[in-house]
Design a protein around this ligand. Structure first.
Ligand code: ADP
Ligand code: ZN
Length: 610
């Protein structure tokens, strides 16, 4: 590090941001966090995925003397992280179980002599006497504890080794610590502060909004077909993730996409380790691949240009949904979160909760989380407001979700809801959705004649509505709490206490007006057209040319494409059309090292195409 940059930490931090990382300005609270930690303060940073947490410890590590230690549970990603830093000229290394002994000795020497700026270690490695002694005999600039929510025993990513990280405070009382996580809730935050002895640390809590993500939730009719329509209409040339509940469905869906000309790979925990790892590496390294996966695929997927995340099955909770959809658009460019959901999802999730081994208290928690998720699916107001509200953040309608863009029309649904509830009651709350709807629509089925349900007063009173329409009303009835799906083998519908005032006519019910599912059309501000608006035809050609150049450069350097340059940077280059290195230097994402590595080639491509 160069001590001549100037005394003022803020100015020096900005200088590093611009010359090393090539970004013109800090985002959100990054600047404050960097200054606080660089000056020796402890910090607890809560920032959504894609918020820019890495710079919050990387720049302080460059500003302070000594080696910054980054604790991360994601061993598989360390190589890419270190490579990405090497690309911008930062000296980084990692210590983990994938290395040979010689390699370990070499890295340890670099740490001791202070010849590197950052070293990544897994928590179990850090806790070994050898590693602790190494750090005690070296000059450590800071400890960054990434994915800090892993310390939470109630969370889904709990790692027992994380609990022991509190000893850092005892053994290195003078080294600043910064813990970072994208997990928002109050309880986890308190747990992190407590278990890592960071009660005194300054907390930096960012808004959890991801304004570039467009949320939409559609009614599931034929999930896979709808998925294809969505991808082809809005994200034909993009990388994306499709989440499914089961391994079998993952494989079937990946096959189906491939048969329909969309390049897809599969990922789930039941696959052979080598295949799984190879698929993940391809997804990270190449452009335009769709990864179809169970939620086993996720934590630490740092690929910044994932343009869409789809759910073909209902997630168990809003936390899960938000974390999974958060993997879209980390680079800040427009991205989509799309989900298809239907009544069958609710039935399935309820059954899974009921059949799980958990105790009753825990089942109640799971049930409440599922209800909140259903509420989000059936809401008549802005999805984002609802999401942020769940995390305790107040906001207004966002203008970038399906309910904001095409507001659902509210209608008085009291009468159809009464018909539905009384049909459930008349069949003694012993039948599932399909049969109840058959009764309402006056269908002639074997079961109806067997039970003489054609003699009921409700028989045929709903013949004026389609089956789809009744399913939509039923889902809203469940989301509003009038009905539940029973946990018995038949998934029979039951009334709750809330149904009574509706049946008695004491309570009116507002419902979403039924709209036939439509094929998605290209949205005017979706990314496909965003590019068309932003880039002229010739600029688009330059962009495409730069992308294929990037593929080759990435292969040559053995790094993922986005590590060379992100899409946003290539797009800006296509607009600016730099004729010299000096002009290229001004583009966001082009730091000094990359200017040297790639500048000439890029300027040559531009001049060739002009
Ligand atoms: P997180 O770890 O919070 O999910 P990252 O640190 O991976 O986020 O950053 C997300 C993306 O944002 C990265 O592609 C990074 O290069 C970019 N980024 C971070 N800070 C800035 C900034 N100040 N200006 C421009 N891009 C930034
Ligand atoms: Zn909205």
């Amino acid at each position: 590090m160069n001590p001549d940059i100037g005394a003022d930490i803020g100015a020096r931090a900005l200088h590093i941001l611009q010359t090393v990382f090539g970004y013109p300005a800090f985002r959100g609270q990054q600047g404050d966090i960097v200054e606080h930690v660089a000056a020796g303060g402890d910090a607890l940073v809560l920032m959504p995925t894609g918020g820019g947490k890495s710079l919050c410890y990387q720049i302080p590590a460059l500003l302070r003397d000594g080696v910054g230690v980054v604790v991360s549970p994601l061993i598989a990603l360390m190589q890419d992280q270190v490579d990405a830093l090497a690309e911008v000229g930062v000296r980084a290394a990692f210590l983990n179980s994938t290395q040979t002994f010689e390699e370990t000795l070499r890295i340890e020497r670099l740490v001791r002599t202070g010849e590197i700026d950052l070293v990544y270690v897994a928590p179990e490695r850090l806790m070994t006497p050898r590693c602790l002694e190494l750090f005690e005999s070296s000059h450590i600039s800071l400890f960054a504890i990434d994915e800090a929510h892993c310390v939470s025993q109630w969370g889904h990513d709990f790692r027992p080794e994380y609990i022991r990280l509190s000893i850092l405070h005892e053994r290195f009382p003078n080294v600043p610590r910064i813990a970072l996580t994208a997990t928002a809730d109050q309880q986890t935050r308190a747990e992190i502060a407590h278990r890592l002895q960071l009660e005194e640390a300054r907390q930096f809590v960012s808004s959890f909004d991801r304004p570039n993500i467009r949320y939409s939730i559609v009614e599931k009719t034929n999930g896979r077909k709808q998925l294809i329509d969505f991808i082809s209409a809005e994200h034909a040339q993009d990388s994306g993730i499709v989440y499914c509940l089961s391994r079998k469905k993952v494989e079937e869906t990946a096959d189906f996409l491939n048969e329909n000309g969309i390049r897809a790979l599969a990922y789930h925990a039941g696959m052979e380790h080598a295949t799984r790892a190879a698929n993940q590496a391809r997804f990270l390294r190449e452009d335009n691949i769709v990864m179809v996966a169970t939620i086993a695929f996720g934590m630490g997927i740092d690929k910044p240009d994932v343009r869409f995340v789809c759910h073909l099955d209902l997630p168990k909770s809003i936390e899960g949904y938000y974390q999974e959809t958060g993997r879209a658009g980390r680079d800040g460019a427009p991205a989509s979160a799309w989900m298809a959901y239907g009544l069958q999802d609710v039935v399935l999730q309820r059954r899974m909760i009921d059949e799980s081994e958990a105790d009753d208290g825990f089942k109640r928690v799971l049930s409440m989380k599922l209800d909140a998720m259903l509420g989000l699916c059936e809401t008549l107001s802005c999805r984002r407001m609802r999401l942020l509200d769940y995390f305790g953040e107040r906001s207004g309608p966002c203008g970038n979700c399906d309910t904001c863009l095409i507001p659902p029309v509210q209608v008085d649904g009291t009468v159809p809801m009464q018909k539905l509830l009384s049909a459930v009651y008349r069949v003694d709350q012993r039948f599932a959705a399909g049969h109840v709807i058959d009764v309402l629509r006056g269908a002639q089925t074997e079961r109806i004649s067997q039970w003489h349900h054609d003699k009921l007063t409700v028989y045929g009173v709903g013949a004026d509505r389609s089956e789809q329409e009744w399913r939509a009303i039923l889902r809203q009835g469940i989301a509003l709490g009038f009905l539940t799906v029973d946990h018995d083998a038949f998934s029979s519908l039951k009334l709750t206490d809330l149904a009574r005032p509706v049946l008695k006519g004491e309570q009116k019910v507002q419902l979403r007006q039924y709209q036939k599912p439509v094929k998605p059309k290209r949205q005017s501000s979706s990314r496909a057209s965003y590019e068309e608006v932003e880039l002229s035809r010739s600029e688009q050609q330059i962009f495409d040319r730069l992308r294929s150049w990037r593929m080759g450069a990435a292969r040559e350097h053995g790094v993922p494409a986005y590590v060379v340059f992100q899409d946003a940077t290539l797009r800006e280059i296509a607009k600016v059309k730099p004729a010299s290195l000096e002009q290229l230097r001004g583009v966001s994402g082009v730091g000094e090292k990359k200017l040297v590595s790639y500048g000439d080639e890029i300027v040559a491509i531009i001049s060739e195409m002009m």
